[in-house]
Design a protein around this ligand. Structure first.
Ligand code: OOG
Ligand code: NI
Length: 463
């Protein structure tokens, strides 16, 4: 019986979601087109160097999606859907704490974790869950109404979940089941035509537009689908030239002389989309909601815990200097801070233990019988071993909070006089019944595996 393997299911799901979303949000298609143009231009200008952080094939097909669910039960179900596609929960993000905005969600990202799987198709989905139990956002009355509303809806039909469990267990599905699974999975993330209860939606909107988007309707939908671009500054310029209004900034590290690290993202503001609304008098009218937006990102090298601490420290410095010099462009401040405090080459990032690389023995290493040097830095310097950067596959909490702003019209409310509800990675693992993986540990394992291989090939003492 012909079957479809897990990674092909993932690739097909990503492609169909992209097609569906392009029909729902035409501006997304523009973003994809402009991204492709930029990538082709960068490839032409920089040659092989442009592919240092992933082949052009991977980068062009690469997307991340964002979805939002309401309860631990819904999150468990979506975990099963993604497990079918070989996507596992990685990282814990607490968006409730972001200083500039009050977003009552916690999040993780579902993605492939194995290097070969990522290379085949790196599709990932940033997945957020509403936190009705957090009294800073929801008082007891609203919390119980919200929980009752969420308990009464079904986002994922039982047939989808049964097929998902089978795909996860067998790491494949027979053709006919695969087709059915894909149809149901894509449909689960389509925008529903069901009328929105206007009064209920507006009640939640007072707390947060994100709370209304999640808990104000009886279904979920893909919020955005993000292509990857090789030059995000150029993309930003070209979108602006086309008259598309982008958010003020590119989130994440600044444009600077040194290597791309972590993740840089930007977006255009959510567009008004027609949605059927039910008024308090029962009449259904057509209204609009601004919920879905277009995001684009550039990915760089994964930083170690130490490198990440440096990144966070520099963010703090930039904030401070920007507050002191309100007339100066933040991007200029950021670039100056980075050029002073962040090593400007891959070699220095590696030597400082700030970024992750895989290492491999080169084909053109010395073959004159001489013994290799024993330190990694010397092995690389003398040409025995080559270092390849590991791409950052995850997200950044502060950038995510900034991206959430793309569809917030009001500021929302958060009562800081109250103690927040405690959620952390352990809570999340318990809630979904699966370990939420630590991204740093995944990169480190990948690096260590490559080092062990080098040691074996060169017959070096294990370190
Ligand atoms: C998720 C926002 C975060 C990212 O790329 O950082 C995000 C959402 O709007 O649901 O997608
Ligand atoms: Ni995103």
């Amino acid at each position: 019986m012909p079957t479809i393997s897990q990674w092909r299911l993932r690739a097909a799901f990503a492609a169909r979601l992209s097609h569906m979303y392009g029909q729902e949000v035409p501006a997304y298609t523009t973003l994809v087109d402009v991204s492709r143009e930029v990538n082709e231009d960068v490839l032409r200008a920089r040659g092989a160097d442009a592919e240092r952080l992933g082949s052009i094939g991977r980068v062009t097909a690469e997307r991340h999606g964002a979805i939002r669910v309401g309860t631990p039960r819904e999150l468990r179900q979506v975990t099963r859907v993604f497990a079918a596609l070989g996507m596992h929960p990685v990282g814990f993000y607490d968006l409730r704490e972001a200083a500039a905005s009050a977003v009552p969600v916690i999040s993780t990202a579902f993605r492939p974790v194995d290097g070969a799987e990522l290379a085949r198709n790196p599709f990932r989905v940033f997945t957020s869950m509403l936190t009705p139990a957090d009294p800073r956002f929801f008082d007891a009355g609203l919390r119980s109404r919200l929980e009752a509303f969420l308990a009464g809806r079904e986002l994922f039909p039982p047939e989808l979940l049964t097929l998902a469990d089978r795909a996860a267990a067998e790491r494949a599905l027979p053709d006919a089941e695969a087709e059915r699974f894909l149809q149901l999975a894509v449909a689960a993330f389509e925008l529903s035509a069901e009328p929105v209860d206007r009064a209920w939606y507006e009640t939640l909107e007072k707390v947060s537009a994100v709370a209304a988007d999640i808990g104000g309707v009886r279904s979920t939908h893909i919020n955005h689908l993000t292509p990857r671009v090789l030059d995000i500054d150029e993309l930003y310029r070209r979108m602006t030239d086309r008259g598309i209004q982008m958010i003020d900034t590119i989130q994440g590290p600044p444009a600077w002389q040194g290597p791309d690290v972590l993740l840089r993202q930007t977006s255009f503001r959510a567009l008004a989309e027609p949605r059927a609304m039910r008024n308090p008098d029962g009449r259904v009218v057509s209204g609009t909601l601004r919920v879905r937006f277009g995001e684009v990102e550039a990915r760089g090298i994964a930083l170690t815990r130490q490198g990440r601490a440096r990144y966070d420290e520099l963010l703090g410095r930039i904030d401070e200097q920007a507050a002191q010099n309100p007339m100066e462009a933040r991007g200029d401040i950021a670039r100056a801070v980075w050029e002073r405090h962040m090593p400007g080459s891959e070699e220095e990032l590696a030597a400082g233990g700030l970024a992750f690389f895989t290492y491999r023995v080169t084909d053109d290493r010395p073959r004159d019988g001489s013994r290799p040097p024993t330190t990694l830095a010397e092995l690389v310097r003398q040409g025995w071993v080559r270092a390849e950067p590991i791409v950052y596959e995850d997200f950044l909490p502060r950038s995510a909070a900034g991206i959430f702003q793309s569809n917030l019209s009001g500021d929302g409310t958060r009562d800081d006089g109250r103690q927040g509800a405690a959620y952390d990675a352990d809570w999340l693992s318990g809630a979904i019944g699966r370990d939420v993986l630590d991204p740093f540990a995944l990169y480190e394992e990948q690096q260590n595996r490559s080092l062990a291989q080098v040691a074996r090939e060169l017959d070096l003492p294990a370190t």
